[in-house]
Design a protein around this ligand. Sequence first.
Ligand code: CTP
Length: 456
Amino acid sequence: MINNLKNKKILLGITGSIAAYKSPMLVRELIKLGAEVEVITTPSALQFVTPITLASVSKNKVVSDMFDMSGQNEGAWHIHLAHWCDLAIIAPCSATTLGKLANGIADNALLAVFMAIPKNIPIVIAPAMDTTMFEFPATQNNIKTLQDFGFSILPPDSGELASGLTGPGRLPDVNVITNHISQVLENEISSQSANINQNERLNELINSPLEPLEQAVEKGKFQAELELERMKNSLIDNELSKYFKDKKVLITAGPTVERIDPVRYISNFSSGKMGYAIADVARKYAKEVMLISGQVSLTPPENVKFVSIESADELNQVMQANYEQYDVIIMAAAVADYKLANPFPQKHKHNESNLQLELVPTVDILGNIGPKKRENQILVGFALETNDALENAKHKLRKKNLDLIILNIYDDNNQVFGSDLNEVIIIDKNLKENHIEKASKTKISIEILKKIANLK
Ligand code: CTP
């Protein structure tokens, strides 16, 4: 395949389809092939990919807003942009943009520019959407209409889609798109292609720095992974900020301490790391985060309302005073199940006889809130079981009326307490299990918050 993209001006339109996450890779590939790229997006595309990423890979300002004049120095900027390019492509093209383009509706910057593209400039459309949307009769009609207009349609790939369905709708791989663009340009410029300057290409090859193949491959792989990671993160960022931006989140963490006398207590091994990690991630996205913590040796994250507690009773008091105001309550604290019926007011002295302590149950804080939680309030509990783990966790989920329960995977070799790593199974109300492999407590927190954001 010859590279006819060198010095070509490509206008890339991006719309609100999950496949928009591939767009920065497409921009980068086009630039690698020598093209100059201008990016224009619909407002909903920005739910999937950020203008900063697109601007940094395209090295040009990204246009998304019809009336934002900061990057548009002339009133008829959309006409200039439309006339500037050698080829224009919309990838991914959503069902909505297909429909609007087929019907001449120009209610955003992308559509206004694409409708102003002169007849002699080729336009490529790469539809990407869920199979059922792709098969919808109106979508099929719109595709036919655009074909009749002379647009080149790059058919979607078949495969697994974001919805979990399998079928046509996936945006083809980046190299398939660039090959298609090359072919379309080739047809347009076949007469010019004979003039490709062989000497220029040769010079380019001779002057390019040498790099051992292995190193180059490694580097490419690493960069691709980093890029994918960055893209995934920006998708997660969008998803979490969208859900949590107007939510108040209450998190409890750490052990409770039940006094025997002024210097002795009953407690457990909880380090508080899981709850603190959740608070640290949540504060980036939520409107407000309150962290209620037992006695641990961790520094609370900044910008959270922090309350320190000692006993289950104290935790209960703080919870009772606050829980109603919070939209999401995550109970990661390891609350003692028993406390002393009568703690000694003074230090108990050692003597030769046995000592019997009378323990009485503490209040089940989560169990009390569960039945009273208001509509749309999300309640998340934790469980750590040494036997019949799944069964016990599911029982707690139902008994305490929770939306989710996070079951810590426990085995003799698995050090949950105090570790920076954790492995969990997230169980939802429909008893659907989601196993999260061993990962940092930060990663586990992201998975938990993602699950909350996607609760139906
Ligand atoms: N929990 C609570 N109040 C208690 C005990 C537990 O709010 N007195 C919360 C924990 O913070 C956790 C969930 O309930 O989110 C499950 O805790 P766990 O101790 O596993 O549940 P229990 O109901 O105490 O059951 P078990 O008999 O297994 O201890």
